[in-house]
Ligand binder design. Structure first.
Ligand SMILES: CC(C)(COP(=O)(O)OP(=O)(O)OC[C@H]1O[C@@H](n2cnc3c(N)ncnc32)[C@H](O)[C@@H]1OP(=O)(O)O)[C@@H](O)C(=O)NCCC(=O)NCCS
Length: 216
């Protein structure tokens, strides 16, 4: 079946067994097709598994971030790959991926912040120490969450997000979101994240990001 980006009647249902989520989508092609069911599986991957799947993750990263408002090129994908190799070995690394028929269609992952983290540096306005002081195991950082453009608005990101944060022992989570990333901003609002400030990541030409926190 040729898939198009037009989908209707989207929802995810929990299901038993290996397939933990089912998205029912009305798939539209040039000629509209009848309601179809697509099995979407969520998997957890540890750091070693994640290393073996880096090609897939970086392909999706490149495709997702080639779109506005990012419009990032291959230098960012290279940076993603380098950072990922560090992150996958860090404490608290957790990754959830979504696949359909074996094909990766979304992924989210993060790590626990170390007390020596630079996360709270480069803020445009300082935040109080009770916010920025890190203790071991205080904060889990959602490093990336991305869904392939053809598979948006199926609550896939929501399913990955909830699975990543569901069993964490940290007291809070944090994430950075581009102000112009309207989908991510809307999702963060819906999922209970609160904007605390803004920072500029120390990357060449990096834009300003909103820094958000969610109590776990
Ligand atoms: C942000 C992103 C991960 C959302 O993925 P998704 O699977 O389409 O999101 P979901 O279907 O789970 O949406 C959850 C909620 O977010 C909001 N939302 C998501 N996309 C939206 C959009 N384009 N416009 C408005 N609201 C949106 C909605 O409230 C939605 O719930 P609803 O459909 O019941 O109204 C996806 O758009 C993406 O990969 N964007 C590029 C990468 C990125 O910005 N990642 C986040 C930074 S870490």
């Amino acid at each position: 079946m040729i898939l198009s980006t037009r989908r209707y009647a989207r929802f995810i249902e929990a299901a038993a067994g290996e397939v933990v989520s089912i998205a029912r989508a009305r798939l539209a092609t040039e000629e509209e097709r009848p309601l179809a069911s697509i099995a979407i599986e969520l998997h957890d991957a540890d750091g070693d598994e994640a290393a073996r799947r880096l090609e897939e993750y970086s392909d999706v990263y490149g495709e997702v971030h080639a779109e506005p408002p990012y419009s990032w090129g291959s230098d960012y994908t290279d940076l993603f790959r380098r950072r990922f190799d560090t992150q996958r070995q860090q404490d608290g690394f957790a990754l959830v991926e979504a696949r359909t028929a074996g094909t990766l269609i979304g992924v989210g992952f993060g790590v626990t912040l170390a007390p020596s983290t630079s996360w709270w540096q480069n803020l445009l306005s300082p935040l109080p120490p009770d916010v920025t002081d890190e203790r071991p195991g205080r904060t889990w950082a959602l490093a990336d969450l991305m869904i392939h453009p053809r598979w948006r608005r199926l609550h896939l990101a929501e399913a990955i997000h909830d699975r990543l944060l569901g069993d964490r022992t940290e007291e809070r989570a944090t994430v950075t979101v581009l102000p112009a990333a309207t989908a991510a901003q809307a999702a963060a609002l819906k999922w209970g994240w609160e904007k605390l400030g803004q920072k500029r990541n120390p990357l060449p030409g990096a834009p300003i990001f909103d820094v958000m926190v969610k109590t776990l």
